[in-house]
Structure formats: C-alpha cells, structure tokens
Design a protein around this ligand. Structure first.
Ligand SMILES: O=C(O)CCC(=O)C(=O)O
Length: 274
C-alpha cells in the first residue's frame, strides 16, 4: 500500500535513475535492489497448458537420461535446456514480449539466451537450489550494469509454504557474501502468482526454500547474458534442424559461435552483427 502523502520531490539531486513512464517499473527496481516481479500476460488457460507441457517433458527427460543417473549427480530437479526438448512453447516463453522489454532496458547492447532450465522444488525433500548462490556462481565482482539477468517463470504459484525464492536485496552491488546474522535480518521471500516472471540481477544472492506442501513448485529459469559469456549448453547446435527465424537465431546465440578456424573467422566477418 503506497501512502498518498509519501514525499516525491527531491532537492540537491543532479542525476537520477528514474525510468520514463513508458518503461516497466521493474527496471528501476532491478537496478536498485536487484529483483522485481512482472506479469507474463499469459491467460489462465495458457498457464495451465504450460504446466501440462512441463510435466510431459519432465517425464520424457527422466526416461531418456535415467532417474538413478540424474539422482546420482544431483540433477533430478532440473530439465536442462528445456526449449530443446521438442516443444516450441518454451522458446516462446523465453521470448516473452514484456520480459524482453525489461531485459533490453537493462543489458546494454546485445544479449543472448544462455540457459533455460526447468526446475522443480520437490515436496518435503532436500532441494538442489536451497543454498544461497549467484547465477554466475563462484563470481565475486560487481558491475555498474548487469552482464546477465535471470528470469524465473513461475509455472505454479510461488508461496511461503511451497518454498518460494529467497533474495538478499541489493546483494548484486556488494562483492562478498554476507554473514548468517545479516541473512537472518535481511533476507526477503518473494511470493508470486503462476504466470509471473521473477527477474533477478544474476549477481543477486538467492535460493529456493523448503517446500512444505504436498505438490511440487515448478519454474523455468532463464539466464540472459551479454554474448561474451559462454552458454551452458550450445543452443545453436542443440536446435539444429529446427525451423527458426532470424530473430530467434540471434536470441539463441547463432551469431556468436566460436569460429572453428581462421578461414571461417574471416568469412564470418561479412555477416558479423557486433
Ligand atoms: O527455486 C527457486 O526459487 C530458486 C531457483 C534458483 O535458485 C536457480 O535456479 O538458480
């Protein structure tokens, strides 16, 4: 609830980071505290349909790679590169128009889809994402502008009961990981409806929490990066044979593959887009 008597005027200010009224307010919030929630604009029936598709692909993926193998490497909660599993819906989710408009404001210049993973926080079990981390893990730098953003599409409602995401506001601006006492006093649990995207600056410390319900809490996690950060899985190669337009190809990083030889580098300069 925003108070009607909240002061909005300022003095002594020569520079600001206010966005234009036409820009999604999430942009300002992401710059300041490193996270924000936006609505994907999906209808209720689209949200349910995405949940059904997620469940089908999850079964297919576990059959293909083997439950015991995935469990043995702590990967049973994750569907890697879900957009490459034969359902076009997941590429459409990654290219959501509202999300795109926010990312374009924040990552200056070109960006690509670096990862898209389906993730499941299982009911009443240990969860692989339940420890604090950054989504450029093991990194302890801060940057004046985001090099990567992360967008969790909520397949199900994210609630405090089902272990929704905890964040440490503004931790994308400080290199080091804080003390346990600081975490106890400052961690915020983000709740969001199915069909929302929780967007994070990739350097924001975050984690999932214990799911104390009887149903899984599912999400599709996206990482968008400047093209100089290598993809987790080579998406252009994984999408070979799929019919893609130029915009989709650029989004998936087709323009930024490592040339295999000097000759191919030289011939690629004719079509270079950066
Ligand atoms: O499950 C969550 O809420 C957080 C997921 C997460 O931390 C991740 O995928 O990096």
């Amino acid at each position: 609830m925003i108070r009607s008597d909240l002061p909005l005027a300022a003095y002594g200010v020569v520079e600001g980071f206010r966005t234009a009224a036409s820009v999604n307010p999430a942009v300002e919030q992401l710059r300041a505290i490193g996270y924000a929630i936006i609505d994907s604009g999906n209808t209720q029936s689209e949200i349910i349909d995405i949940g059904d598709r997620f469940a089908r692909i999850s079964d297919q993926y576990i059959t293909e790679h083997g439950r015991s193998t995935l469990e043995s490497i702590n990967e049973i909660d994750t569907i890697r590169a879900i957009l490459t599993q034969g359902d076009e819906t997941f590429l459409q989710i990654a290219m959501n128009a509202v999300l795109k408009s926010v990312i374009e404001e924040l990552i200056v210049g070109k960006y690509i889809l670096n990862q898209q993973n389906g993730i499941t926080n299982p009911p009443r079990k240990q969860y692989s994402q339940s420890a604090w981390h950054r989504d450029l893990p093991y990194q302890h730098f801060v940057s004046s502008r985001p090099l990567a953003l992360n967008a969790l599409y909520c397949v199900d409602d994210f609630t405090t009961d089902n272990g929704s995401t905890f964040v440490l506001p503004a931790s994308h601006k400080i290199e080091q990981f804080p003390s346990e006492d600081y975490i106890r006093r400052n961690a915020v649990q983000v709740v969001a409806k199915a069909g929302s995207f929780i967007i994070l600056d990739c350097m924001l410390f975050h984690c999932g929490a214990y799911n104390n319900t009887l149903s899984p809490r599912r999400a599709i996690n996206h990482l968008f990066t400047v093209p100089y950060i290598k993809q987790q899985i080579n998406l252009p190669m994984a999408m070979v044979g799929k019919s893609l337009n130029d915009e989709q190809k650029a989004f998936l990083g087709f323009d930024y593959q490592i040339p295999p030889s000097v000759s191919s580098y030289i011939s690629s300069r004719n079509s270079q887009k950066y």
